[in-house]
Ligand binder design. Structure first.
Ligand SMILES: [Zn+2]
Length: 285
């Protein structure tokens, strides 16, 4: 059985806008069943969703047993208003509102909490982290509130300093983690947090004809830095799980999971222990 530790069933690997239009009024059952079918066909028996704002992942969870998929979801991403997360989440303006969202996620039967620490990488501007990031104290408050509800924290995060802040604040898993440096990798080893490096969304854009408007040299540079740190992290015994970010552009459901497993294998990484840890921790209490 294969593990997909980071996907978005709501998105289709082609166009976020079209997927959003499809689900904006209510989750589109046909699309959800097609995605679940692709998972089943590729032998994916575990799927941890990264959340969406249309309730699609919560709906998918109710259908998943029919496809033999152990489905986990945070419902939606919790993010600071004006910061990254708007496409997949709900915003808070202060910690009180953030706590409300955590309660709400739990009420809606989320299995864990997903927070946005920083933005995505901007492939167009040389691979810098987009937008602002929340600080250590805020991450700690969110983590504490989630823990208080018995829920683990999946943290979307890029950038060396942001990664260290998230790990110091005690998040359970680090998602993406592009631009992580060796010190960050040492912290991953020390804290026992799981790293889900989602190589596929960058590596797949380097497939022939896939890079679109993005510069292949920028993508290659981001990817090689990521691979270098991952190889170092493997040597330090960091728990590295397989999550492809399927649903993201160029990463289809089913094949994306296979892509990610292959990219990790090329670095000599066996994600099994980390995948098992994800499935053990990221469940409703
Ligand atoms: Zn994601």
């Amino acid at each position: 059985m294969k593990y997909e530790c980071h996907g978005h069933i709501m998105a289709d690997g082609v166009s976020y806008a079209e997927a959003a239009a499809r689900h904006s009024r209510a989750p589109d059952e046909t699309a959800v069943r097609a995605a679940l079918c692709a998972l089943k066909e590729h032998g994916v028996g575990f799927f941890r969703d990264g959340g969406d704002k249309f309730g699609v992942s919560l709906f998918a969870k109710t259908l998943a047993p029919e496809y033999g998929v152990d489905y986990r979801t945070p419902g939606f991403i919790i993010h600071r208003a004006g910061y990254y997360g708007e496409l997949y989440g709900r915003a808070y303006r202060d910690i009180r509102e953030a706590r409300e969202l955590i309660f709400e996620a739990k009420r809606e039967k989320a299995d864990f909490i997903k927070i946005a620490v920083s933005g995505m990488l901007d492939f167009a501007s040389g691979g810098l982290v987009m937008g602002e990031a929340i600080g250590k104290d805020e991450i700690r408050e969110l983590t504490k509130a989630a823990r208080g509800e018995g829920l683990c924290v999946m943290a979307h995060c890029n950038g060396a300093e942001n990664v260290k802040n998230a790990l110091e604040a005690g998040v359970t898993s680090l998602e993406h983690g592009f631009l992580t440096d060796r010190e960050g990798a040492d912290m991953l080893a020390g804290t026992g947090a799981v790293w889900v490096p989602t190589i596929a969304p960058v590596a797949n854009l380097l497939k022939p004809g896939a890079s679109g408007n993005f510069s292949a040299s920028v993508l290659r540079e981001i990817l090689s830095g990521h691979q270098e740190t991952l190889a170092y992290a493997r040597g330090r015994g960091v728990l590295i799980a397989s999550g492809s970010d399927c649903g993201a552009r160029g990463v289809a459901h089913g094949t994306g999971t296979d892509d990610e497993i292959r990219y990790l294998a090329r670095l000599g990484i066996d994600p099994s222990p980390a995948n098992a840890r994800v499935s053990e921790l990221f469940r409703r209490p």
